[in-house]
Write a protein that binds this ligand. Structure first.
Ligand SMILES: O=C(O)C(=O)[C@H](O)CO
Ligand SMILES: [Mg+2]
Length: 257
């Protein structure tokens, strides 16, 4: 079976953030990931991970005014300085946490800009992020997000993410393949995984519809997890779903199986 990490922005929300690390360890996870650690000092986050005995394997670059509706800075012309400051901040956190990869959110396509200009901006920003991260041994990822949940997200298909990553042309740049977003937008998960595998630096999952745990929807997760092994994928697979029950533990049947 693949190596699973618990996404602490979605799982274990019945606990305060810094207590979720120990909750994940108690549930059997040896690795965690999360969306944004920036509300907590890096030292506190690192201590929570160390004391729980879990590795931190992924988090996101700062993504703009999230509460105000922004969903990333990567493709936004005129926001490059803010993107770059976010890259520096994320690297500080990654070094404190020993985290080897950081995900870039492309953001919502602003009106009045051509797709070509947004793609150029994103590619420049990805190159900057990859070059800044490379000396620290950190990989940079680009994730496609479905436009049913996030209307207007600029990179909405894994095949497009793969094209942009290839165009940026950096050895430490990969795609983050989220099975939930891919199922909503593209389907054909197994064939797409096989085709994009060399470019995949991290995988996440939730069932569809509803973004719940495996077994709550239509995706055949036992088969797909075995397929990841058959394909030779050795990276992390992040559980990034909204538990359907009152607590996370009651939805972990897929992990026990
Ligand atoms: O929403 C997702 O799938 C993510 O992985 C990002 O962290 C954005 O929240
Ligand atoms: Mg995701």
């Amino acid at each position: 079976m693949p190596r699973f990490s618990a996404n602490l922005s979605m799982l274990f929300q019945e606990h305060p953030f810094l207590e979720r690390f120990a909750a994940a360890a108690r549930a059997g996870f040896c690795a965690v990931e999360f969306q944004f650690p920036y509300d907590w000092p890096a030292g506190d986050v690192a201590r929570a991970a160390r004391e729980a005995g879990v590795d931190v394997v992924l988090f996101n670059f700062p993504a703009g005014d999230w509460a105000g509706g922004e969903r990333g800075l990567g493709c936004l012309p005129g926001r490059e300085a803010e993107f770059r400051a976010g890259v520096a901040r994320a690297i500080d956190y990654a070094r404190a946490l020993g985290c080897p990869r950081i995900n870039c959110l492309a953001g919502l396509a602003p009106s009045g800009e051509t797709a070509e200009h947004l793609a150029e901006t994103l590619i420049d920003n990805l190159r900057h992020a990859a070059d800044a991260c490379a000396p620290h041994g950190i990989a940079v990822l680009l994730e496609a997000i479905n436009t049913r949940d996030v209307p207007g997200f600029f990179v909405d298909r894994s095949t497009r993410a793969a094209e942009l990553v290839a165009a940026a042309g950096r050895g430490n740049l990969f795609i983050q393949y989220d099975l939930y977003h891919a199922q909503v937008m593209e389907g054909d998960l197994a064939n797409t995984l096989a085709r994009l595998l060399p470019q995949i630096g991290h995988i996440q999952f939730a069932d569809n519809p509803g973004r719940g745990e495996p077994g709550s929807g239509e995706i055949n997760f036992p088969w797909l997890f075995a397929e990841l092994d058959r394909l030779g994928y050795t990276g992390w697979v992040g559980a990034e779903y909204r538990p359907r029950g009152a607590d996370t533990e009651s939805g972990l049947g897929w992990l026990r199986a």
